[in-house]
Design a protein around this ligand. Sequence first.
Ligand code: ARG
Length: 468
Amino acid sequence: MSKINKKNNFTYSVSGDNLEDDFTSSIDIDKQMYEEDIRGSIAHTQMLAKQQIITKKDKEKIISGLLAIKKEILSNKFEWKSSLEDIHMNIESRLYDHIGEIAGKLHTARSRNDQVATDVRMWTKKICVQIISKITELQSSFVKIAEKNIDTILPGYTHMQKGQPISLAHHFLAYYEMLKRDLNRFQQVYSSADVMILGSGALSGVNYPVDREWLAKELDFSKISNNSMDGVSDRDFIVEFINACSLVMTHLSRFSEEIIIWSSEEFQFIKISDKFSTGSSMMPQKRNPDYAELVRGKIGSVFGSLFGMYTILKGLPLTYNRDLQEDKKHLFESAATTIKCLDVTDGIIQNIKINKDTMLSSAKNSFILATDIADYLVKKGIPFRESYVIISNLTKELTKKNIMISELTINDYKKYSQYFEEDILNLSLETAIESKNSIGGTAKKIVEKALNQAKKEIKITTDQYEKN
Ligand code: ARG
């Protein structure tokens, strides 16, 4: 058995001075919610006074204390204490320093259980709006680059084998569509989070005549929870949020994978700007697509958070259990990673260089028109299954002889089928693309329509969120 080398004995320090506090405190994580916590407390105080649960004088003192604390936090003068469990306790404790015993009235008709549930919903709504606007920016970048590449031709792939010619605009607009679904998902998450919980108390409601409707209005919630027990323990919206993050990250990772392949020496379809690539420490000739690789890799932690969150909730009895404190780590980290990856992807696209010629010659040096030739024979009356076999034989023979389709004369064609006429020679990458004019196809006029539609949709979202 090998012995531990005492000389190199290294202890990884995971706890601070006090294991108990360190283990139970979440302040390092939930201090991000200070704004929501103070806003919620101010609204709660106003409601307590309005309902004559506390006096107007007390209300004013409490609110001025809370505003003073907010200033301290904003100017980095607030001393965060991990001996106090969380953001709520840190702020409440500091309130005593500012206004004395009256601070104790803030927590009337409220538990940290309904407080934290309300705070985290406010935070989630705020971040949903931010992510929606980032997604819209990224969609705009896809639309802009698509507009510049309506006439750029490249092979479209299935199974990573060249399949049919497409316009690069059509390819980029596929990502626009994915992001549109992502955007809708974050709108749905916003709506799930948009439920006011205060007034649920610890679990069963409160012994005071609270005005929950007023609180909801004051805190910009469109709904209030129907059941106090569900209210304090529901974290479904966090699962939904991380799921929405996971899907947008999935789309970003697919795009990353494509541009990593496209920027390889084998493909050379694009060049990723130096800003978004790095050199190798050993191989001087290399530029590595690290940023795209990191976007592709960072998805791991978001998926991890999704399962982390499901695992926390699974089997949890009603109502609040301390397990729920672990929710914010997953929520905050997923949000931060998603926002960063949206920004990086946007930066990559805005600075990408497209090698149109390489894309075109890749499409030319292939049998990418085979389906169109088969369809040509179908239009002349041959059943598709039959024309498929004819063209399959044709491509096999040409491959053997190392001849491209574009080199064929009409007589060559006629050897395969008498139905071929002179007009087969008009078939080109361009005409093949133009004839894909069914709704959603790659034909120029369809792509232009899609572009206009996308621009309209982006404007609608932008206007909607600017108003808020
Ligand atoms: N720090 C707690 C959390 O984030 C706040 C709620 C605490 N409630 C309690 N009963 N300990 O979940």
